[in-house]
Design a protein around this ligand. Structure first.
Ligand code: ASP
Length: 368
């Protein structure tokens, strides 16, 4: 793993932006003291760009037709007035994709670069610009593999950079502010959009088009940010132990099976044929499905497939042994994790050799 990290680090050159601004007096922005290191210098924030609508360009008269990921990291930063007074910035392009195309390869590249940045001890915060479609998945993936005090903040936008009322510049400003702030230390991976700060474990995209889309239905935001202030609602929670990444992608295959009325066991049998090492049920209600599908899942579990019951509902918890006898059938429940996050945790657990039902269940419960 170390050599992979070193290779990626040396391949990408750091572009220092606004170095002269390191000497900008703190008083030019509200609450700038929060960004200042004890020695008085501005925090150094590394911006890693992956694409998404925040880097999308469009004809401003047709804000719905655009190409995600067209605007470079440097151009994004340059488009935000006053950012150079919040932190000393470096920017790098990791990928230029819409996040519907996010994949293990980009995740591993991102993880490598973040690890190198943390190891360098020269970075106070990291901002990742990202499409909103799978932002919660990347945030949760990173949250499970990094055990660091350094703030890692994902940011995106719902409108492309050239749209009327583009939300990207304000979101990026606030994300850098959050990443640069000592108040954000030890809070794991965060998501910042629309003046709210969300925890990677709890947040999810909840609206297809509105700028008010990232919510944490089971917990609420962990804080609020505006140009003048950052307000966290509670002290940082204890962090979970991090899981290791295998030396190279892909992660073990885990499929999500979406439950519905009139459901049979065929999609589950198909997933096993495709080589799934784990199956996450996006179940009805509290993670339930038809008798036929439950039988197929029980058969999968018998064959050594990690079966996790989650819910398609969007909020609430899936608890063990309520309507389904998990102990008897050999299932794990996802508690608060939605299916897409349960899939990532299952992949990481399998990659780390954690397939025993009790141990896997404990990992799903780690913060509760
Ligand atoms: N499809 C885009 C993406 O996720 C949407 C967005 O960024 O809001 O990359």
């Amino acid at each position: 793993m170390a050599s992979l990290f070193q290779r990626v680090f040396s391949r990408r050159s750091m572009i220092a932006i606004g170095l002269a601004c390191a000497l900008t007096p703190a008083a030019v922005i509200g609450n700038a003291y929060a960004q200042k290191a004890p020695d008085g210098a501005l925090a150094h924030v590394l911006v890693l760009a992956t694409g998404g609508t925040i880097a999308g360009s469009a004809d401003p008269r047709a804000a719905n037709a655009y190409n995600a990921g067209k605007v470079s990291a440097e151009a994004l930063i340059a488009s935000v007035p006053g950012l150079d007074a919040v932190a000393v910035l470096s920017a790098e392009q990791i990928s230029s994709i819409g996040s519907q195309d996010m994949n293990d390869k980009v995740w591993f590249d991102l993880a490598s670069r973040i690890k190198a940045a943390i190891d360098s001890k020269e970075i106070n915060g990291i901002v990742i610009t990202h499409g909103t479609d799978t932002m919660e998945e990347t945030a949760f993936f990173l949250d499970n593999i990094f055990d660091t005090d350094i703030p890692i903040v994902l940011v995106g936008s719902m409108r492309p950079s050239s749209a009327i009322g583009a939300d990207g510049p304000a979101n990026l400003y606030e994300a850098v502010k959050v990443a640069a702030s000592p108040q954000s230390k030890g809070r794991g991976v965060l998501v910042v959009l629309n003046d709210t700060i969300q925890d990677a474990r709890w947040t999810q995209k909840t609206h297809t088009t509105s700028v008010e889309t990232f919510m944490s239905p089971n917990a609420g935001p962990v804080g609020f940010v505006d140009p003048a202030t950052i307000r966290y609602l509670a002290p940082p929670l204890p962090r979970r132990a991090s899981l290791k990444l295998p030396p190279s992608p892909p992660l073990p295959r885990v499929d999500i099976i979406y439950a519905h009325a009139n459901m049979d066991g065929a999609p589950i049998a198909d997933a096993i044929k495709r080589g799934a090492k784990g199956i996450v049920l996006a179940g009805v209600g509290d993670g339930n499905t038809s008798k036929e599908a439950i039988d197929a899942l029980a058969e999968a579990a018998k064959q050594g497939v990690l079966v996790v019951r989650s819910a398609r509902v969007g909020s609430g918890f899936v608890n063990r042994n309520v309507e389904v006898n998990d102990d008897q059938l050999g299932f794990v429940v996802s508690y608060d994790l939605n299916p897409q996050k349960a899939r990532i945790l299952a992949e990481l657990l399998i990659a780390n050799g954690v397939t025993d039902i009790q141990a896997a269940q404990k990992a799903f419960a780690a913060t509760w």
